[in-house]
Design a protein around this ligand. Structure first.
Ligand SMILES: O=P(O)(O)OC[C@H]1O[C@](O)(COP(=O)(O)O)[C@@H](O)[C@@H]1O
Ligand SMILES: [Mn+2]
Length: 643
């Protein structure tokens, strides 16, 4: 090793004691049980439901409370206490309204603070003191450490501790302390969060999810097709941009574009007013908690048509300039007989309904009108100059990737494109052929290139981001084609079907999953594939755990729009030192319901995989890094202090 590097390191470790202390410290960490990983996916803008799952650690908080108090507290008290840990500010407010006098409240504070301290002591038992310290509310670190010390040992300082707690209460700091302790507990029960894709679209608050993730203590993201659509728009892809606006219009979420990200939709509205009227195929989906006036509904319906038609036009030149995308079937506007109002797809002719082709020139259907072009340019400029969107997209890039190998598992939103025989599907891009892991790697390289060059709007990298959204061999889409057009304009439901890549039935087979794990240089005996993307239809008896436990699909549908087809409100996965557990969540109504009734939306936990021996940090990705650090420190010790 370069001695320059060791000299530099010696500035930090400037005595043998310091080196040795650090080695001992790292060795000790290696022997701790592995931290808990928490997997979620397909959040689709459902911030409130996501918050709840995050705050209760998919049931982990309640489990710790139960460990400690199930013999001494009634179920109702356990519920109340759990709710306090999830939503401390709101719960404190409710509790305080119930007390008649100060004294009762003080007594309650005393009891609760003691319980909270015990809970933290329990939840942090597998962490180092230093890690715990970092998780404590900064203004109370010293006090909490004192109290924790008492929770751990019986000492002669009973009086002293009682006095500390009484002082906190009488100085009016109890609420702050309890709130801080609650958040510390939430943080301790989950060590690391994986978001297996699709933060954006359909639901109302993806931006708030992003803000939460930005402030989360430890997280990675595997991009979903919807996330990539937003990244594409920000990176200069007009067709991706048209898609995100279309989806926002369809789900009545245009305020995400306008109010949250500050993008002016006025020019688009003006255009829409000029060319479009009411159209049942383009009316926005109803929101349970949002009432639209007829006028608003009509405006959105018009915008929805305007942007959908722009999208269909914009797809065409890309399909033409990238023949290897193999999408000529999607040159839809060329397949329309505008006189007869019909379309011919794969040799079959269908009548069109709800058509709205006022801006289409049948001779040159891919041409944007001058005003459509201008509107899109203004929108793209606004999107690329939205400070808030820039913050969210940068974070998505920094923490995200197409797939992730983590602690022996493969995390991926969609699929590994396969043929019917289970071979990795090949795609030729610019004369070079890729498959399996190489294909995903080249996709990711294009995406990063496009993001780094937002000024390029028609280059291959930018087109490739759109391919990731909708291309046949995209690992995020995984279907033959996206039938958006057909669903708007053709009645025959057979044309709406999106045929899935063979991956989606082959992944039921253990040998296929083993093959994929091996392709990614993971141990097939130990690894799992963790997927999102396709809602698991529990209603129809579908099992999220497949291929003899090698494959776990955790999209149960946070998305409210899909809950009627899944029958539940999402799966999450926990992976701690004892093994993996799948949690199925019931429908989440609102935080208010939880506060009022103290009920959780969790339902069943299923054991997916049990470790034979409790897994230690040594056997994890982080453990590998620590082992490397130890080896470097040993070398420093020899070089600097032993001769
Ligand atoms: O139900 P919607 O919002 O119209 O979306 C349907 C489209 O969404 C997709 O399912 C992709 O979204 P998901 O990644 O959530 O599955 C497309 O395959 C399909 O065309
Ligand atoms: Mn998806």
């Amino acid at each position: 090793m370069n001695t320059k590097y060791l000299d530099l390191l010696a500035q930090k470790y400037d005595s043998e004691e310091k080196v040795v202390t650090e080695i001992i410290n790292l060795e000790a960490i290696l022997n701790l049980p592995k931290g808990t990983e928490h997997f979620v996916s397909d959040l689709h803008g459902e911030y409130q439901a996501f918050q709840h799952v995050l705050r209760n650690g998919s049931g982990n908080v309640r489990e710790k409370i139960r460990d400690l108090f199930q013999d001494v507290l009634f179920e109702k008290e356990i519920n109340e206490f759990a709710t306090l840990v999830y939503y401390p500010e709101e719960k404190l407010q409710l509790v305080k309204n119930d007390f008649g006098n100060e004294e009762e409240l003080h007594q309650w504070y005393t009891v609760i603070i003691e319980r909270m301290i015990r809970l933290i002591s329990h939840a942090s038992s597998k962490y180092t003191r230093s890690k715990l310290r970092k998780a404590l509310p900064s203004q109370f670190v010293y006090i909490i450490e004192e109290l924790l010390y008492k929770a751990n040992k019986s000492t002669n300082k009973e009086q002293y501790y009682t006095e500390i707690v009484q002082q906190i209460i009488s100085l009016g700091q109890a609420d702050k302390l309890i709130t801080g302790l609650a958040y510390t507990t939430q943080r301790l029960v989950v060590d690391h969060l994986h978001v297996v894709g699709d933060i954006y679209d359909r639901g109302p608050e993806p931006d708030k999810i992003m803000d939460t993730l930005i402030h989360y203590h430890s997280v990675d993201i595997q991009w979903g097709n919807h996330d990539v659509l937003w990244l594409g728009a920000f990176s200069g892809s007009m067709v991706c941009l048209a898609n995100i606006i279309r989806i926002c219009a369809r789900y009545d979420n245009l305020d995400i574009i306008e109010d949250v990200y500050g993008i002016n939709l006025r020019p688009l509205l003006n255009l829409a007013e000029r060319y479009y009227g009411d159209n049942p195929a383009f009316r926005p989906k109803a929101h349970a908690d949002k009432q639209l006036t007829d006028h608003e509904k009509l405006q959105i319906t018009k915008i929805h048509q305007a942007i959908a038609m722009i999208q269909f036009k914009l797809e065409m030149p890309i399909i033409k300039r990238r023949p290897y995308f193999n999408m000529s079937e999607r040159l839809l506007l060329e397949k329309i007989d505008y006189e007869k109002n019909e379309i011919t797809l794969r040799g079959k002719t269908y009548p069109l309904e709800n058509s709205c082709f006022a801006t289409v020139n049948p001779q040159q259907p891919d041409q944007l009108l001058e005003e459509e072009q201008q509107v899109m340019e203004r929108l793209l400029f606004a999107v690329q100059h939205s400070e808030k969107l820039a913050r969210h997209m940068n974070f998505l890039m920094k923490k995200g990737s197409l797939y992730l190998k983590y602690n022996g598992n493969l995390l991926i939103h969609g699929c590994i494109p396969l043929d019917e025989e289970g071979n990795m599907e090949k795609m030729t891009i610019e004369g070079k052929t890729y498959s399996g892991r190489d294909l995903l790697d080249i996709f990711e390289r294009y995406l990063r290139h496009s993001f780094a060059h937002p000024e390029e709007t028609n280059d291959l990298a930018t087109d490739m981001v759109w391919y990731l959204w909708t291309g046949e061999y995209s690992s995020l889409f995984g279907k033959r084609e996206m039938t958006t057009f057909e669903r708007y304009f053709i009645k025959d439901k057979k044309t709406h079907k999106e045929i899935k890549n063979p991956y989606y039935h082959l992944r039921e087979k253990e040998e296929i999953c083993r093959k994929i794990l091996a392709e990614f240089e993971l141990n097939p005996d130990q690894g799992h594939i963790i997927n999102g993307h396709t809602p698991v239809k529990e209603i129809d008896g579908e099992n999220p755990v497949k291929a003899n436990g090698k494959m776990i699909v955790i999209d149960g549908g946070f998305s409210k729009a899909y809950q009627s087809t899944t029958g539940i409100a999402g799966y999450t996965l926990l992976y701690n030192s004892y093994g993996m557990q799948l949690v199925a969540h019931k429908h989440f109504n609102s935080k208010e319901d939880v506060l009022r009734d103290g009920t959780d939306v969790l339902s069943v936990k299923r054991l997916v995989d049990q470790e034979v021996k409790r897994k230690k940090v040594r056997e994890t990705n982080i453990g590998e890094e620590l082992l490397q650090e130890i080896s470097i420190l040993n070398r420093l010790r020899e070089y600097r202090y032993m001769n």
